[in-house]
Design a protein around this ligand. Structure first.
Ligand code: SF4
Length: 395
């Protein structure tokens, strides 16, 4: 009988012990003497335990397990979102301190030219720019924080590989046009992630579920203390069980379903040897991202015609941070926002905020240039002032 891939779940002991114990329960004989590259979520300029970046103590737990297993060099690398400098993100996230504590190198993936990789049988991305340092290590370990994601359902170990894409290449994945008639479900981005998964997957995944993010992730949701970790050599198995620990069904996550179909891997937890067998006893119920912007913001009217998810992310983040300051800009009691190239043809009310170069039109709208613009640019375009809220623009 074919053996099931092993997936380890630990819970209840905090980010360090959960991550360390989960990884230590895998057979790590294969990492002895090997150079290991750890890819956490360190893509945003925010502090620890916000549910946005990987918890630094989960990183510490992973490093200790790898060391105890006899790993050679261990390095930590990232290519953050556009506008964030890698080493600053490592400092702010607390991961630079952990790297210093254990003598591990920090790698700015964007500091050297990328490697262009062809993707055979691609659905939407036929060739892509991958950060070159990925290929200098023997073992790639994905260390995501468990988050809901407004475009991709969740972001776990497989989606975390998008942070191995060079600089603006990440944005390109969000700017692929929606297929005609596609809903807010972001099928094109899902297909792009599954394309990447055909050429780049982690050798080991450890999911940090100590403090995750529910709702409007990857950065605009609410933190949730769920206190678990998941570890596996099987990239999909880790994510399938990660979803279960978030109270979600991986089969409803489009990019995971696509990876399962294209790789011929199972997407139900029963197909994996999950240890302990009663792992669900420790799960948390993450609130799913809303499927419609009007559910989260009933007094916002969004005109979205042929936009890409980069502009939609910007709008969601803008609303989360600044909506309460917009009362004097309401039209008939509503805030009207337009994104996407198709809105040029619409008859929009006076005072509509047209976000992104695609949405530029003559008339009486507030136009916010950029591709995509950042949330503070929207605020400045509307109010003519710089915002007081001194938060970084993350999208
Ligand atoms: S302006 Fe926005 S919708 Fe248009 S291409 Fe740029 S990111 Fe996409």
């Amino acid at each position: 009988m074919k053996t099931k891939p092993i997936v380890i779940v630990t819970a209840g002991d905090g980010p360090f012990a959960n991550a360390k114990r989960a990884l230590a329960q895998l057979d790590l004989a294969g990492v002895r003497g090997k150079r290991v590259l750890v890819k956490p979520n360190a893509g945003r300029l925010v502090g620890p335990a916000r549910g946005i970046n990987t918890h630094p103590e989960a990183l510490a737990g992973v490093i200790e397990s790898l060391r105890e297993a006899g790993a050679g060099d261990i390095a930590i690398g990232e290519s953050p979102i556009l506008g964030v400098k890698t080493l600053e993100a490592f400092e702010k996230s607390g991961m630079a301190e952990v790297a210093r504590r254990y003598g591990c190198a920090l790698i700015d993936f964007d500091a050297v030219p990328p490697v262009e990789k062809a993707i055979p049988d691609a659905r939407v991305v036929t060739s892509t720019k991958v950060c070159a340092p990925i290929y200098e290590y023997d073992v790639l370990l994905s260390l995501p924080v468990a988050k809901c994601h407004m475009h991709t359902g969740v972001t776990l170990g497989i989606k975390n590989m998008k942070g191995c894409l060079y600089r603006r290449e990440k944005v390109r994945y969000h700017q692929l046009e929606y297929p005609p008639g596609a809903a807010w479900g972001e099928r094109t981005l899902d297909s792009a992630i599954s394309d990447l998964a055909m050429i780049l997957l982690p050798d080991i995944t450890v999911i940090d579920g100590s403090v995750g993010m529910e709702g409007l992730g990857p950065s605009g949701g609410e933190r949730i203390e769920s206190d678990f970790a998941v570890a596996s050599f099987h990239p999909l198995g880790a994510d399938v069980v990660g979803c279960a620990m978030m109270g979600l069904d991986a089969a409803e996550v489009a990019h995971l379903r696509l990876v399962a179909e294209r790789r011929g891997w199972p997407i139900d937890t029963g197909a994996y040897d999950v240890r302990p067998a009663d792992f669900r006893a420790h799960h948390a119920d993450y609130r799913k991202p809303p499927t419609d912007i009007s559910v989260a913001y009933p007094d916002v009217v969004l005109y979205d015609v042929e936009s890409c998810s980069a502009c939609l992310s910007t709008v969601m983040l803008f609303l989360k941070r600044f909506k309460d300051d917009m009362s004097q800009y309401l039209v008939d009691g509503k805030l009207h926002i337009a994104i996407g190239k198709g809105v040029r043809e619409l008859d929009l009310p006076e005072g509509t905020i047209c976000v992104g170069n695609c949405a530029k039109r003559s008339g009486t709208c507030f136009f916010v240039p950029g591709c995509p613009p950042v949330p503070t640019r929207i605020y400045e375009a509307i109010t003519g002032e710089e915002p007081d809220k001194n938060e970084p623009d993350v999208s």
